[in-house]
Design a protein around this ligand. Structure first.
Ligand code: MG
Length: 409
């Protein structure tokens, strides 16, 4: 059995926000890679791996995947937090990669084999006006995509007041000020159903459309929105509620049939178990690395299967090609797979990950290579990093109401 000799972190992308974990072994040429990326706290994750997780597992057999995960989970007593889960995931994915290489099989075959030929993905269409959005949706439809997320500009778009509509307090001052834009969730409640009415009128009901609320609404407005978009038969409505208010999904399910997708902020089973068991969501959207890797994610997928919940692992803008591959292998196998979110990689970024998954006309395709199927070209990965951006700190955008109250993102 190969033994772990070293756990290395490699930061890449221009701001160094992608953390790729490389687990080295005592077998010549045998190593695995995993994703431990965190757009906002990359250096914290690196420290967790280099100062705690890595030293703990050096010397272990690479095939002890389950025990390494379980014993590392509780190795700092407190567990199920976003940083530690991400660190665990980086190592866990790399160990599955090594196991696949030893077996000479893609990871999805180790998980039980394929349930499908390729993985359907949903696209991100956006526009600042209804017409621009329609054009963007049509661009994807013409390219063969079936599932399309529709947004009016950035998250919260459709709920931002114009400078004329916005009534700021006389003493508005930073940070309790909204010089750029102010969010009003009742405006959002008016606009988004109109957006779907417009799109269905122009495009019909064949395209499968989704929308991401990104938790911007107060819970009672969220319930009203889910009900208001019901006639437009969404594929799903995403992150209607913040994790603090998931109990409102009970009201949503009483009120309407709009399918609900949630999970990208979840890190702790206590957050999502009730939603699955009570069948309050239809799509589970945890990011594989934030769940703690392939080991816990496959268990979540299996649990969801028995409750009729489908998977839609979160991808999108921040994720790296290794996390995309991990999600894709889970998707290839899980019978109750629903959809995978598209990523946004530049050519140069993909070039640093030879063997990366290929997204084409709305499908993500795995290759026949053993393990996760992709590698990291460390020279190209290093060349992606901008030393100035590496020094920067990244934070979520702050939207505020007209009176200055911060809106949860
Ligand atoms: Mg989202």
């Amino acid at each position: 059995m190969p033994k772990i000799t070293r756990v290395q972190c490699i930061r890449t992308r221009s701001g160094g926000t992608w953390v790729i974990v490389k687990v080295h072994t005592d077998q010549p040429g045998l190593y695995g890679i995993g994703s431990a990326s965190d757009h906002y706290r990359a250096s914290t994750v690196v420290e967790a791996i280099e100062q705690s997780l890595g030293p703990k597992i050096v010397g272990r057999d690479t095939g002890d995947i389950e025990d390494i995960w379980q014993s590392s989970l509780t190795s700092g007593y407190w567990r199920h937090d976003s940083i530690w889960n991400t660190a665990l995931a980086g190592v866990d994915m790399a160990l599955w990669d090594i196991l696949g290489k030893e077996a000479g099989m893609p990871v999805y075959r180790l998980l039980g084999g394929p349930s499908r030929a390729a993985v359907p993905a949903y696209a991100h269409a956006a526009g600042n006006t209804l017409e621009e959005l329609e054009q963007d949706v049509r661009r994807y439809l013409e390219d063969g995509w079936i599932y399309i997320r529709c947004q009016l500009g950035n998250y919260g778009g459709g709920g931002f007041l114009t400078p004329e509509q916005r009534r700021r307090p006389e003493n508005a001052r930073p940070p309790f000020d909204t010089p750029r834009r102010a969010f009003d969730d009742e405006a959002y409640l008016d606009t988004i159903p109109q957006m779907f009415a417009f799109l269905r009128d122009r495009l019909g009901f064949e395209p499968k459309l989704t929308h991401d609320v990104h938790e911007h609404l107060r819970p009672h407005v969220a319930v009203a929105l889910a009900k208001a978009v019901e006639p437009y038969r969404l594929f799903f409505l995403e992150d209607l509620l913040p994790p603090e208010h998931v109990s409102y999904y009970w009201h949503v399910k009483q009120q309407c049939t709009t399918p609900q997708a949630m999970g990208e902020l979840f890190v702790n089973p206590a957050e999502y178990l009730p939603l699955i068991q009570e069948r309050l969501i239809d799509y589970m959207r945890i990011r594989v690395s934030k769940a703690g890797g392939i080991t816990p994610a496959r268990k979540i997928a299996h649990l969801c299967e028995w409750y009729g919940v489908h998977t839609a692992w979160q991808e999108g803008g921040d994720n790296d090609p290794v996390n995309q591959a991990a999600a894709m292998h889970l998707d290839m196998n899980a019978w109750n797979f629903g959809i995978q979110e598209e990523n946004h990689f530049t050519e140069a970024e993909l070039d640093a990950f030879p063997g990366h998954a290929v997204t084409k006309h709305g499908y993500i395709y795995p290759n026949a290579k053993a393990g996760l199927g992709l590698d990291l070209d460390e020279t190209k990965a290093a060349a992606l990093v901008d030393p100035e951006r590496l020094k920067r700190h990244f934070y979520m955008a702050e939207d505020r109401r007209p009176d200055g109250t911060v809106v949860r993102p």
